[in-house]
Design a protein around this ligand. Structure first.
Ligand code: FAD
Length: 422
């Protein structure tokens, strides 16, 4: 861990100490409170989708993989509404556009329908991840009831997922083995974009493994009959096993640096979308709660904007046809990663894996779709007649802020683990 703390975070002009301070004192406490608000707490997700790559090897029998179901009465009324008032793809919002002169009012419903479908298609081209918030099998999950922590998911099934993501979906430097591939020093010959792809996946992997070490199953207290109460807490040994250089061919500190790198990417995306996010209503149907959420978001964005050295996305995909081809490839690889999440054989891990890849996909969309470029003044968001261009679906906003919350907590946990090492 000490090695990871030394110096700069590669590909960003920023050092680890300043980022630790900024995160642990400013961002982390704010996110902890924000993420308990109803808007961010309920996430709609399909955990039943078939794995498109191999037969199901689900290990849901493992008791800590179980996802606690949501009680119908706990879901805020505003989220349950069949046609969400803020869904841009309803006929209502399309008719608003008609009012604006977008389409001639005399157009038939069929034409409007086609137009809506085309818009959905058009927008989906910007997505770095497959979104299926509105399919019939999606259900709300209360994230506070289902914290990300140790589940016992490991072995071939977990390895197959990581292996597939690294070997089949990351850009590979040359034909090389899994172990050679996951060494950061093999990345030096790669261009920034390909290196970035590997580093965001590795950063996500590091974050997941920090969480399971920080909320480890330490023991089970036997109660009456068959009932036992799990005791969760930090497992320092597990953390060292996973990240110390001597246990990881020297790679552990690089994986931790990749986590910082991913944090900077998501932070930059949030800052880039901040004018847009400030205008969101965070509608749940409870006026007082929605107002509190709006204030808490403004406060978070205000602080996020103060961080001086952000990731510079303009350095990526800059150039002509080759760069555009690379961007398309990057997007396709990332979509594959998001679909591999349907193959995770533990529902709790799948839930957080899907949420975090969707959050990252949203960050990449904000950074690279071009729709959030050069619109950094509030007026552009209010008056621009193309304001529909800037809309994000609710699940994208929820996943983006929750995914960033996961990374923020990982960085906080790293400083807790460091206390045990010194
Ligand atoms: P793994 O973490 O499985 O890693 C496999 C190999 O990848 C390692 O041997 C190492 O060579 C390399 N590697 C490790 N870390 C990195 C990195 N950061 N960057 C690059 N290469 C690396 N378990 C839980 O208990 N709770 C969860 O919530 C949870 N969520 C998961 C979500 C997903 C999507 C997946 C795929 C797995 C999840 N797991 C979870 C399982 C967990 O990540 C590990 O796979 C499991 O604990 C087994 O760990 P391992 O020591 O065998 O190495």
């Amino acid at each position: 861990i000490a090695a990871a703390k030394e110096g700069q975070i590669d590909d960003c002009s920023c050092n680890v100490d300043s980022l630790d301070n900024f995160n642990n004192n400013k961002i982390y406490p704010r996110l902890q409170s924000l993420l308990t608000k109803d808007y961010f707490r309920f996430y709609k997700v399909n955990l039943k989708k078939d794995c498109p790559y191999w037969a199901d090897d689900s290990r849901c029998a493992m008791k800590y993989c179980h996802v606690e179901a949501c009680h119908e009465e706990d879901i805020p009324a505003g989220l349950k509404a069949v046609v969400a008032p803020h869904n841009k793809y309803t006929m209502e919002s399309c008719e608003d556009d008609v009012e604006l002169g977008f389409l001639n009012k005399t157009l038939s419903a069929k034409v409007i329908e086609d137009f809506v479908l085309w818009e959905v298609y058009d927008d989906s081209q910007d997505n770095f991840c497959i979104i299926n918030e509105n399919d019939s099998e999606s259900e709300y999950v209360d994230l506070l009831l289902n914290p990300e922590r140790y589940t016992g998911y490991k072995g071939d099934s977990a390895h197959r997922i990581w292996h597939t993501i690294y070997m089949e979906n990351c850009f590979r430097p040359t034909r090389t083995s899994f172990h050679a591939y996951i060494q950061n020093d093999k990345l030096s010959g790669m261009c920034l974009e390909k290196r970035t792809f590997y580093r965001v996946i590795s950063g996500l992997h590091a974050s997941i493994n920090i969480h399971l070490s920080a909320k480890y199953l330490l023991s089970e207290k036997k109660g009456l009959g068959l009932i036992s109460t799990p005791i969760w807490g930090r497992n320092v040994e597990e953390f060292h096993r996973r990240f110390d250089p001597e246990n990881t061919d020297g790679e552990g500190p690089n994986w931790i640096r990749n986590l910082y790198f991913l944090y900077l990417i998501e932070l930059r995306a949030i800052v880039k979308a901040s004018q847009y996010l400030q205008k969101e209503e965070f509608y749940t149907g409870n006026e007082a709660e929605d107002w509190d959420t709006q204030l808490a978001i403004k406060d978070l964005l205000n602080v996020a904007n103060q961080f001086p050295n952000h990731f510079n996305e303009r350095a990526m995909f800059a150039g002509g046809d080759e760069a555009q081809k690379l961007k398309l490839e990057f997007k396709n690889h990332f979509r594959n990663v998001s679909s591999v999440m349907d193959c995770v054989g533990c529902d709790k891990c799948k839930l957080w894996g899907k949420l975090q890849t969707q959050g990252l996909g949203t960050a990449l969309k904000i950074l690279f779709s071009g729709k959030f470029d050069d619109h950094n003044t509030p007026d552009n968001y209010i008056h621009n007649s193309n304001k529909k261009d800037f809309q994000l679906q609710r699940s994208e906003i929820v996943s983006l802020i929750n995914a960033f919350g996961r990374l923020s907590e990982s960085i906080f946990e790293l400083s807790e683990f460091r206390k045990f090492s010194s």
